[in-house]
Design a protein. Sequence first.
Lengths: 459, 504
Amino acid sequence: MILLTITTFFGRMHPLVVHLPIGFLVLAALLDWASYWPNYKNVQAAVPLALLAGAISAVVACVLGWLLSTTGDYAPILLDKHKYSGIALAGVALVLYALTTPAFVRYVALPRKVFSVAFVVVLGLMSYVGHQGGSLTHGSDYLSLATLTKTERPKPTRIEQAFIFEDIVQPLLEKRCVQCHRAGKLKGNLRLETHGDLLEGGKHGPVVVAGNLTKSELYRRITLDPAHKEFMPTDGKTPLTKTEITLIKWWIEKAAAAGTIKLTEVKGYQNVQPIVASVLGFAGPTGGIVAEEGNRSRPVNPDIPPSGDTAQITVVRREGFVVRIMNYQPLMLDVTLPPKAGKSGVNLSVLKPLARHIIWLNLSDLNLTDGQLSIVATFSNLEKLRVEKNPISNEALKSISGLTHLHALNIYRTKITPTGLETLKHMKQLENLYVWQTGITASDVKKVFGDSTSIRVAY
Amino acid sequence: MEQHHDDEFRVNTPDFARLNEKLDRRRFLTKTTLGLGALAAGTLFGGQRLFGGAAAKAPDELNEDTQEAILRALPHFAPRAKRVVYMFMSGGPSQFETFDYKPKLANMFGQQLPDSVRKGQRLTGMSANQSSLPIAPSVYNFSQYGKSNTWVSELLPHTAKVVDELCIIKSLYTEQINHDPAITFFQTGNQLPGRPSIGSWVSYGLGSDNENLPTFISMISKNGNGQPLYSRLWGSGFLPTRHEGVQFRSGKDPVLFLNNPEGYDGADRQEMLTYLKQLNELQQSGFGDPEIENRMAQYEMAYRMQTSVPEVMSVAGEPDEVFDLYGPDSRDPGTYAANCLLARKLLEKDVKFVQLYHQGWDQHGGLPGGIKNQCKNVDQATAALVTDLKRTGLLEDTLVIWGGEFGRTVYSQGKLTKDNYGRDHHPRCFTMWMAGAGVKAGISYGETDDFSYNITKNPVHVHDFQATLLHLLGIDHERLTFKSQGRRFRLTDVQGKVVHDLLS
């Protein structure tokens, strides 16, 4: 175990150490070439030393590089190229150095010009090794001619302009698949960067077959049971949504998995038009969004921001709050402050950064005052609120009355009175009201909300 | 006493000596330098897999990664329920005398059960050899209660009062006809022992909301008779043992040895535990046994429970009105009623899964007398728990479940008389109910035939029930898995469908 840790540690020094042979070998070449000028004639004597330093540091870099390669997940082909050319470079440097030692010079006296030309080979090889190494860390498209000449597709602004593959399917693949299926990573020997890549396929052949869903490996993989070991995206990465799958299905089936055709050229495009519109962002805030079925019997409140600053959760927990993540996307939180948890009084303002993510909130039995509760008004997406067993009065309801998503409110054993309910009168979305030990009864609720109210009152 | 445990370990037993050796400086240097030399040689001579463990992940490690990924994804969607209280009626309560009202049977007293109903079903050894299978109508009357006009037996007057809160499922069915396999099936999703209990799955999947109390607590009514219960019913199976249900004893001291023994003031308990933890960590780094981690977690939990348990388990502060609500038994520690009250207190503290067991529902003979007594023992407290959870608002996010492992037969086992009969085990249909978070209130779901023998509408399998329970907690039952002995397991095995009709 110790050995493993230390290998990783040293392995990570590889990117640092590789610059030593680069420097030394370039220096050796410069010294050698410069010595042709009379002014620098005597620097030639330093060439063997620079070469030796370059060769030794190259060997060290090789060892460290090998250590690094065992710990990371690198593309094997690229890695092999880098590894063997790196070892070759170290070897060439060693041989060159050996040729300068007196022992060798006695047997093989290499003409000086041949020796100088050999440096061109060294530098060339070094550039190659370096480039491969760079591609390994940064991805092979980091520094390539293709990247230099690539242009970004303008986003279509009208549905008539949209190309089915380039504007709709490709961005989906880009988002969900390309992270692993790209040049340099090539999981399953498959790239999914261009239309051609899909047709070329991976180790099991093409991944899409025009008009044939059952033969389209890509479709099969993304629609498997997520527990299946062939399911994609694998390793718990976010699966494609129903909308995304629908689009890919439609593209393979109806659009014959073709590239460079416009959406409107495909027959029956109207069927997917609303989904496409929402994916491309033409639709209004709610228009066209296809709800994720099955998981929730109630629709998710669209006002909840999809993601939040999760670092804040740690901050809030440190203050004694129990924060339960109810959902990841959108980020929904259930926050409880257990009685006596706060070290020095109750400080609710720390919840501020997470305000719109708090869906359930339990602030019961904290000896809260009306004023302390005013922050609740900013928790605009609250669905369940527990403020029972606090000495709060009707005044506190003012902080609650603006919560448009609130459907369960627990105010039992508070100082709230029947007249206080008037403040909540407009809250038609309320479903459950817990008012035990306040003196409020069902008939009080009916008086305020009308006889036909569906609010369930517990007392 | 000063903190003399701050020194480094120098223990003279062979085991610890070996452990110490593993960590000493000389070994470290020897190992690493040798290692580097070997690595250099390895590179030069192309020995790629000198340290194979580093290059390719060991299968165990991969398994752990998947396991972590599964846990990271939880909950799979926004939950409706935050806690569960499951009142398990062990023995198989008769549906005929409780919720499944069968008025037509009244005119069929003593008639043979038609073969067209039984369809050749294999019976248990207890009634298979009976020369006749005479129909036994319930001796108890039914009335309609609540706004939902639900039929409830006269044996359950208190439950009848809260019937508008209940979601009664009359069409459950199981695959097991004998007690132990049937209970094991209900609690773990498989009839054979060895799988984790529902509560353990929930604890494993969702973790704790109150680190001072166990996530999963079970309690058994005292003086239980009839079919035995085993601790494996709340066991963690192949899941890490810290997810095992912690059984609170039925009696005055629910957890033993919370108080310090005589002559010991407990002042250095923390130090002792810290030292013990160090020892355990040393073992852990040497042997890598995950159960050592579990043991450490349990020691720490036990330490925290010294303060948290007396507080939560003391009913001294409860007003008389609460004891009146739960019934006179609630003052007698260890009874079902007292356990129900404790359950409310635990739920109040956000304990995630509380499981109560009440034995003695196995009336093969003398059913009218037996079930009357059983109902009397549980009816008031069960209804009180629902009422109490409702008025305090906990019902908003607590799921309440009541039910046994199977139902009972329409025919009498043994001699049928006007006022006495018995009923054998019946897995093909039985009744249980849920209430609270996320389930529809005041409905009855599923229907059985006139003999309450076969299901005629909306059958709900045990796995469907389990899938629905997990769904309410935000868990997709197909995605909460654990790999053990080369196979991924889940609570619902390869079956189970969420019963969306039950969800509000």
